[in-house]
Design a binder for this molecule. Structure first.
Ligand SMILES: NC(=O)c1ccc[n+]([C@@H]2O[C@H](COP(=O)([O-])OP(=O)(O)OC[C@H]3O[C@@H](n4cnc5c(N)ncnc54)[C@H](O)[C@@H]3O)[C@@H](O)[C@H]2O)c1
Length: 334
């Protein structure tokens, strides 16, 4: 049995709360929130005590795990607080807004002997897990290119619109795009060079970006991400992996928000001289699976190997290089 403090009561905190409820032994004992109206709604829904001060919460409640679902600009500060209080940390992605911050977070957890996992949920998402599995089995041969994309309308739900401010969220170039930057790192290995082109929205944030990464093993990625879609444009994500022996492709279109998940579409494998193969790889909720994995690692003292602090740092490193490339209009070496 492990006790959890949930930080935030916004969109992803609600998703995490539903995940924790399904994990035997996981007990969310309180949450932290600074906006009273949001706290009231969450408290009514989940009958949980809430605190507007994390130190006070940690003083009054026995807690093993701190689950950080706060805006990105707060990840560093709250990870350090939790680590210094000797709590294991689950932190949402992007891990931080700079590589230095992300490294400080990892070090704080290491120094305090606590675990840190980053919410790169695609590593638990059925169709992305299938891609990794098929690539590992060499179903496409040697990977030559990895394409991935994620397109959404502008998010309008968050308080103080922190998400639309580049200095608080990193803009779509960090917030949304980083899912696929982490996925392509997972598939293609160690990133070496980054080039990006993008569009700034009226806020000045890089909110639609195309990033190309060259990997040490020779593969290249081309990743498109942004939240400047209009009207009823459905939330869209997908990938296309080209290898020496095959192509792997998947696309998903939902409602205007990822919450409104539509019908599953299969992962398709194309190979010369063979009929196409289809895999229905839709799995259980990736956020639940990610929290379950984290919880079980903590319970059984197993090291975290998926969505580690190092994966989080590398994803931030590529996103930061992409932003530098956008600003300087040049290739950035990692
Ligand atoms: N893994 C995913 O697929 C995924 C999806 C959405 C969001 N996220 C990440 O989760 C984090 C939270 O995103 P969200 O969409 O839940 O945001 P949100 O705005 O809906 O929720 C953030 C919550 O933090 C609270 N908060 C506490 N202290 C605050 C402070 N000092 N300033 C502002 N807000 C404060 C807000 O009141 C709010 O309830 C971000 O890092 C985001 O990138 C991840």
């Amino acid at each position: 049995m492990k006790k959890i403090a949930l930080l935030g009561s916004g969109f992803i905190a609600g998703v995490h709360m539903e995940g924790w409820k399904r994990i035997p032994g996981a007990d969310v004992v309180a949450f932290y929130e600074v906006v009273p109206e949001k706290a009231r709604v969450f408290q009514e829904k989940y009958s949980l005590p809430y605190y507007s001060s994390l130190p006070r919460l940690l003083e009054e409640k026995e807690v093993d795990i701190v689950d950080i679902c706060l805006p990105t600009f707060l990840h560093r500060e709250y990870t350090i607080q939790a680590a210094n209080a000797k709590k294991h940390v689950m932190c949402e992605k992007p891990m931080a807004l700079t590589v230095d911050d992300a490294v400080v977070m990892k070090n704080a957890c290491q120094l305090n002997g606590v675990e840190l996992m980053v919410g790169h949920a695609l590593r638990f998402w059925g169709e992305y897990v299938k891609a990794k599995e098929l690539v590992t089995q060499e179903a496409v041969g040697k990977v030559l290119t990895v394409g991935a994309y994620r397109l959404a309308v502008t998010p309008g739900w968050s308080v103080i619109s922190w998400i639309l401010q580049q200095n608080l969220s990193g803009g779509a170039a960090f917030d949304l795009h980083i899912h696929d930057l982490d996925f392509t790192n997972w598939i293609a290995g160690k990133p070496e060079e980054v080039f990006a082109r993008g569009v700034q929205s009226t806020t000045g944030a890089w909110d639609h970006v195309v990033t190309s990464v060259r990997y040490v093993d020779g593969a290249i990625s081309h990743v498109e991400g942004g939240w400047m879609m209009k009207g009823e444009f459905p939330f869209t994500m997908g990938y296309r992996i080209m290898g020496t022996a095959g192509i792997l492709e998947w696309e998903f279109r939902a409602g205007v928000n990822i919450e409104q998940r539509g019908a599953a579409s299969p992962v398709i494998l194309y190979r010369d001289g063979k009929p196409r193969e289809e895999f229905n790889a839709q799995g259980d909720d990736a956020y639940y699976l990610e929290l379950k994995y984290f919880y079980e690692c903590i319970e059984s003292h197993r090291p975290i190997e998926l969505a580690t602090a190092d994966h989080g740092i590398t994803a931030v490193r590529v996103a930061a290089a992409a932003r530098e490339s956008l600003e300087k209009r040049m290739v950035v070496r990692i």
